[in-house]
Write a protein that binds this ligand. Structure first.
Ligand SMILES: NC(=O)c1ccc[n+]([C@@H]2O[C@H](COP(=O)([O-])OP(=O)(O)OC[C@H]3O[C@@H](n4cnc5c(N)ncnc54)[C@H](OP(=O)(O)O)[C@@H]3O)[C@@H](O)[C@H]2O)c1
Length: 130
């Protein structure tokens, strides 16, 4: 709470355009709402097809908090899943692009990590067409 109050001060002094949190559960966000004045702009959470966080996402939607997905590809673990591979084949795209498009269509912000230039390009292309 003390840390968040410092973030609120930074926001009030216009030293930041927005403030947010990470890995907050619904109970944590509720506590923040009860004791502080500023709703976080974003909550960065682990989120991918194998961990869909529906309750938390619904809470975010209700309170105008952006959902940011960390490990959006489940560190590669969902890329061999049969439905993902099947959808990728039928659309002529990669499994990672299917998963990233699923995120974007769900309204999530995604921060996939890759050290491979071709994958970085591929991941960026996921947002290029509808
Ligand atoms: N807030 C938090 O508590 C928290 C916790 C964990 C992570 N994060 C953040 O979340 C970000 C991403 O998470 P993450 O690195 O854990 O998982 P991730 O982005 O889901 O997965 C990264 C893995 O997927 C591979 N990959 C990326 N693009 C691919 C593609 N197009 N095709 C096939 N494989 C692909 C990468 O391999 P290569 O690199 O070998 O290409 C890497 O092994 C990081 O920047 C991290 O800082 C935040």
């Amino acid at each position: 709470m003390e840390t968040y109050e410092v973030l609120e001060e930074i926001l009030a002094r216009r030293r930041a355009r927005a403030i947010g949190v990470s890995n907050f559960r619904v109970a944590d966000l509720q506590r923040l709402r009860e004791h502080t004045g500023v709703t976080p702009a974003v909550n960065q959470i682990e989120l991918h097809p194998a961990l869909q966080q529906n309750e938390l996402r619904a809470f975010h939607a209700e309170h105008g908090i952006a959902t940011e997905a960390w490990s959006p590809l489940a560190q590669g673990a969902v890329l061999q899943d049969e439905p993902v591979v099947r959808i990728a084949r039928s659309h002529g795209v990669s499994p990672a692009q299917v998963v990233l498009r699923w995120h974007l269509r769900s309204g999530n912000i995604v921060i996939p990590k890759s050290v491979t230039p071709e994958r970085i390009r591929q991941n960026l292309d996921s947002s290029a067409s509808s």
